[in-house]
Design a protein around this ligand. Structure first.
Ligand code: FAD
Length: 386
């Protein structure tokens, strides 16, 4: 058992840290205020190859593992930024890598690695299905050498900042299926050719997340863009969930560390009643408690990432890492806000922005209730609760 980062991992962390220093609080604050997209930051990360970390070297990436990917994303959030703007460019291609044909991989992966093609939209969630993904209603109907897509998606992030989207759609009606996990298929959709057949409607939400409702009105997708076998899409998507949960856990860890550092520093400096507020247990204990929980969650994140990279089963660890890290980050966010008192609400302290941003991680990409249901059923053997 070795709890230390390797030299290479430390180097990755330090280099990403250096890049992030070029994008200080004021940068992220302004992007948030404008509801803009952090173009310059994403461009820089892309140029330096960090978003191609998980793409194998033969396709132009750096062939690193989830452990290293998680170190990169954690560092972005620890610096005060938000990895959600670009994390999907790192991992959405995993479905293509694992289940795509040799021809598809050759066609897309090298361009995704350079950033020439942005694959950072992932179309799963629908208004009527919610967390029950096997109930999605968007259909892909085969007509000759094309599939015709009709339906609606909700909360699809970065659709306007992406060239390609990985889309989950129904290829067999729900009622005709014996096994309800079948009948869904995954496609690569080129959104550059979708004008008039795909409406993208930005959603006004609590955070600056570039998330949208999508309306498909007979969008044609070449049959050659089907990934893997028709009807197996849900399985393929599930295969990517562990990676996503580990990476999101790392982002939460990064947030948590940011909150703890900011809170502790402020608590040392802010003097009220003639002494630093951090001298009061009511202020210092919640920060210390959050710190301990973040460090604990981080161990589970590294355990999950290590197992993932060794190709061992890691569903339990990946889910626990996501659960523990998102809750620890939220606890740290509250401790940090309380420590700052009224100033916590002032945009110039950045606490309120990070507070809003980290709250998402308990709900998306999967809500923690669903994580608990997974643990209860699949790890502890209790009855299915839904
Ligand atoms: C900012 C943002 C970005 C997103 N980006 C994307 C994206 O890019 N692509 C994409 O496909 N989706 C995306 N999502 C969607 C996200 O994955 C879903 O919101 C999330 O999975 C929850 O689904 P829902 O909102 O439909 O909640 P619902 O399924 O309606 O659930 C509502 C509440 O009920 C709880 N609940 C439901 N069923 C049960 C049960 N059986 N037991 C206990 N509790 C239950 C849930 O935990 C939740 O708290 C995004 C969401 C947000 C907010």
């Amino acid at each position: 058992m070795d709890f230390n980062l390797t030299e290479e991992q430390q180097q990755i962390r330090d280099e990403v840290r250096k890049v992030c220093r070029e994008f200080p609080d004021t940068y992220w604050r302004e992007v948030d205020k404008q509801r803009g997209y952090p173009d310059a930051f994403v461009k820089k990360l892309t140029e330096l190859g960090w978003l191609a970390a998980l793409i194998p070297e033969e396709y132009g990436g750096s062939g690193l593992g989830i452990t290293e990917g998680s170190i990169i994303l954690a560092e972005i959030n620890r610096s005060g930024g938000s990895a959600t703007a670009c994390h999907a460019q790192m991992y959405t291609m995993g479905t293509l890598l694992r289940h795509g044909s040799a021809e598809q991989k050759k066609r897309y992966l090298p361009k995704i690695a350079t950033g020439e093609l942005r694959l950072q939209a992932f179309g799963v969630t629908e208004p009527n299905a919610g967390s029950e993904t096997t109930r999605i209603e968007t259909t892909a109907t085969k007509r000759g050498d094309k599939y015709v897509i009709k339906g609606e998606k909700i909360f699809i992030s970065r659709a306007q900042e992406s060239d390609l989207m990985l889309l989950l759609a129904r290829t067999t009606p729900y009622d005709e299926l014996k096994d309800k996990t079948r009948g869904l298929s995954v496609f690569i959709v080129d959104m550059r050719n979708a004008k008039g057949k795909l409406e993208i409607k930005p959603l006004d939400i609590m955070i600056n997340h570039h998330t949208n409702a999508l309306f498909f009105d007979g969008l044609e997708v070449p049959a050659e863009n089907l990934i893997g076998e028709e009807g197996m899409g849900f399985r393929y998507i599930i295969d990517g969930w562990n990676a996503e949960r580990i990476l999101v856990a790392a982002e939460a860890i990064g947030d948590g560390r940011w909150f703890v550092e900011r809170a502790a520093n402020y608590a040392k400096e802010r003097v009220v009643f003639d002494r630093p507020i951090g001298a009061n247990q009511g202020i210092q204990f919640p920060i210390a408690q959050a710190y301990a929980r973040i460090e604990a969650a981080d161990l589970v994140r590294f355990q999950a990432a290590t197992k993932f990279d060794r190709k061992e089963r890691c569903g339990a660890e990946a889910n626990m890492a996501k659960l523990l890290a998102s809750e620890a980050a939220w606890e740290a966010a509250n401790a940090c806000l309380n420590t700052h008192g009224g100033y916590g609400f002032a945009a110039e302290y950045d606490v309120e922005r990070k507070f809003r941003e980290t709250r998402l991680l308990t709900i998306a990409p999967v809500s923690n209730n669903l994580v608990l249901a997974f643990l209860a059923q699949h790890v502890l053997g209790m009855p299915k609760s839904y």
